[in-house]
Structures are given as C-alpha cells and as structure tokens.
Design a protein around this ligand. Structure first.
Ligand code: DAH
Length: 365
C-alpha cells in the first residue's frame, strides 16, 4: 500500500469538504475504529522489526497530518458559518425608523384617558386607592355592615390574614372605597373620579375576575339630583361624542346612596352591534343600563369624616370595560385580557392619539 498517495488523497478530500457533516464522515472513514488509517496502524504489529521501524513513523505521521487537517477544516467551516450569521444579523443603525409605529395603547387605557379628559373639563380630579383593601373601606364604611346581604353579591376574594387593625383584607370589589379614602384625606368640597381595577370571583363572556370601574364623587353644599343628572348627561355626550344621548333614570337601591338611581341610555342595533343614541322608547331602540348612582347616603358622608347636615353629594360608578366595548364595538370582554397581538393591533390606539376635548376624545388613529 502506498501511504503517500493515501495521505494526499485524504488531505485533498478533507480540503474539499464543504460542511461539518462531511468533515465528520471523513474523520470516521479515516480515523474511526474501522477507519482506513486505523487499519494501517493495526498492521504494524505484524511487520518484522525492520519494516516496522520504517513504516511506523510514516503511518503515525499520516494519522497526525490527517487529524490536523480535519481539525483545521472543521474550525474553518465553523468560522465561516459564524461570519455568515453575523453578517446576516447585522443591524444597520442608520436605516430610518419603520413607517408604521409598533405597539399600541390598550383600549382600556385609552378609555380611562378619555374619561379623565372629559371629567377634567368638568373640574374633577383623579383619585386613587389600593386594590388590596380592607373590609371597612370596601363594605362597612359604605353602609354595608357585616352580614349585609349586598356583601354576598360581590363574590369577594378574601385574604387569609387580617391587617394590623384586625380588619379583614380583600381585593376591592368596586372603586367605591376610594370615595371614603378621598373624603377622609381631602375633606370637602370634593370633585373626583377614581378609575381602576376591581376584582370579583366571576367569569364568563361578559365577566372577568379582574375588571375596571370608574367612580365619581361630588361633595359640596346644596347638591341635588339635578346636578347628578346634568353631570351624567354631559359626561355621556362627551364620551360617546354624540349629542343625541338620551338618559332614563330609574329608582334603584345601593347601600351607599339614598335615593339610588340606575341610569339607562337609549340605543339601537346597527350592523349587529349596539350603537348608543336616541330614546330607548323610539322605534327600533331599547334601553341599556350603563351606570349606578345616587345621592351619597348620610352614613357614608359620616364615615368619610364629614357632617352630613353640612355636606351633601352624589356618586356614580360604572364599568370602564363595558364603556369601551360599547364605544368601540368589541363583543367579548375576555379578549381584553388575552394579550392577542392581532386583537390589540386591531382595537388598540396610536400612542400619539392622546384624547383631548378639542381634538376629539376618542378618534381612532
Ligand atoms: N359600586 C357599585 C358596583 O360596583 C357601583 C355604584 C353604584 C357606584 C352606585 C356608585 C353608586 O358610586 O352611587 O356595583
């Protein structure tokens, strides 16, 4: 066997290998257990000492040069692959920004901003309170003492431990406790809205365990139902950007208001979705409840640290998610919280579309 030819052949085949799999296949062919060079090494033992002296170094040199060539080829191929990848992944920072902005404002955020804008124009500040509340602020101070039946209707998430004042802790079931916190903190007179997350153990197409409400509270002297009606009408017209919003006030019951009023708006079904506007009694129209409200109960004003003979007020509360669905035509509340990019890019708003009364509170980009 002519070792020189075998070596040359091996080296040129290695030089021609153009991927790592081929290099590995050649390694096995030459140097593997059954490899041709390994085979040569095994013949050494059978040679007589003279021949072995001659052949030994040649075969070892052959094995050395082939394994060096394999290693070198492997490194060269790996380096080339890395270079190609780096070239392909290069970011050209001098390229202009994409024509379409990525990322959108969630409809809930947008609607909360719209509401803040509408109410700021009426002189309302934005108030906040904790989502982890105690049962005094969430229930008792709102005229729902322990064992009050309305507590059971709220499907409350309770925490196992009480706070330092011995109060039961819970996830607030509504934004109404912010009424109490704001009165205690700021006193009167007062004009605030309180948008935020609330929690109830409830889940279907129109209920999610976490949802959003907005609360309104006005405390002043000589406040009456007329102020409430005007405020809600002005708010709903500005929010829905229509002058033909018609309200219907229905007597109702909430522990924290007396009298209590439920507010309906007239709407019609257009193209499979509800469009607000017009009287609910008009042909093709119906009424839909949108708000709970009323004159703040004397006991609530007292719990807020104020004298109910001196101060009166009205309050209202409604679902932000529902308002968003109604205004922008979504039909499944759960999609709000799925984080599906297709849904978000369809219903989301441009970050530059900041709601303003002069520019239109909710004009989609
Ligand atoms: N807190 C009530 C709820 O979650 C909504 C509500 C009704 C708030 C009447 C109010 C109000 O401020 O006056 O169902």
């Amino acid at each position: 066997m002519d070792h020189a030819v075998t070596g040359q052949e091996a080296l040129s085949r290695i030089a021609l290998a153009d991927d790592l799999d081929t290099v590995e296949a050649l390694r096995v062919e030459f140097l593997g257990k059954q490899g041709s060079i390994s085979g040569l090494l095994k013949t050494l033992g059978k040679l007589d000492p003279e021949a072995r002296k001659l052949e030994g170094p040649r075969i070892h040199a052959l094995r050395e040069s082939v394994s060096e060539a394999l290693a070198a080829r492997k490194t060269a191929l790996e380096t080339a692959a890395l270079d190609a990848r780096l070239a392909a992944e290069t970011i050209d920072l001098s390229l202009p920004a994409p024509a379409t902005a990525r990322g959108v404002v969630h409809p809930i955020s947008q609607v909360m901003d719209e509401l803040a804008e509408v109410f700021a124009d009426l002189g309302f500040a934005v108030a906040t309170g904790p989502e982890i509340e105690d049962d005094w602020h969430n229930f008792t101070a709102l005229n729902m003492p322990e064992s009050h039946p309305a507590r059971a209707m709220h499907d409350t998430f309770y925490f196992p431990d009480h706070n330092d004042d011995g109060r039961e802790m819970l996830l607030r079931t509504h934004t109404s406790p912010v009424q109490i916190r704001t009165m205690l903190k700021d006193g009167a007179p007062l004009r605030v809205i309180a948008p935020g997350r609330v929690y109830r153990s409830d889940s279907d197409a129109t209920h999610t365990p976490m949802f959003h409400q907005i609360e309104g509270l006005v405390i002043d002297k000589g406040i009456h139902l007329g102020h409430l009606k005007w405020t809600l009408e002005t708010f709903l017209k500005a929010f829905f950007e229509r002058d033909d919003i018609v309200l219907r006030l229905r007597p109702s019951y909430f522990p924290f208001t007396e009298p209590s009023v439920e507010v309906d708006v007239g709407y019609a079904n257009e193209g499979g979705r509800r469009v607000v506007g017009g009287s609910g009694d008009a042909p093709g129209h119906a009424w839909m409840e949108v708000l709970g409200s009323g004159m703040v109960n004397r006991r609530v004003i007292e719990a807020g640290g104020l004298d109910p003979d001196e101060w009166q007020g009205f309050a209202f509360g409604t679902g932000v998610d529902r308002l968003a669905m109604l205004k922008y035509g979504m039909d499944d509340l759960r999609a709000f919280f799925d984080g599906d990019v297709r849904w978000l890019s369809h219903y989301g708003f441009s970050a530059l579309d900041v709601p303003t009364l002069s520019g239109g509170v909710g004009t989609p980009a």
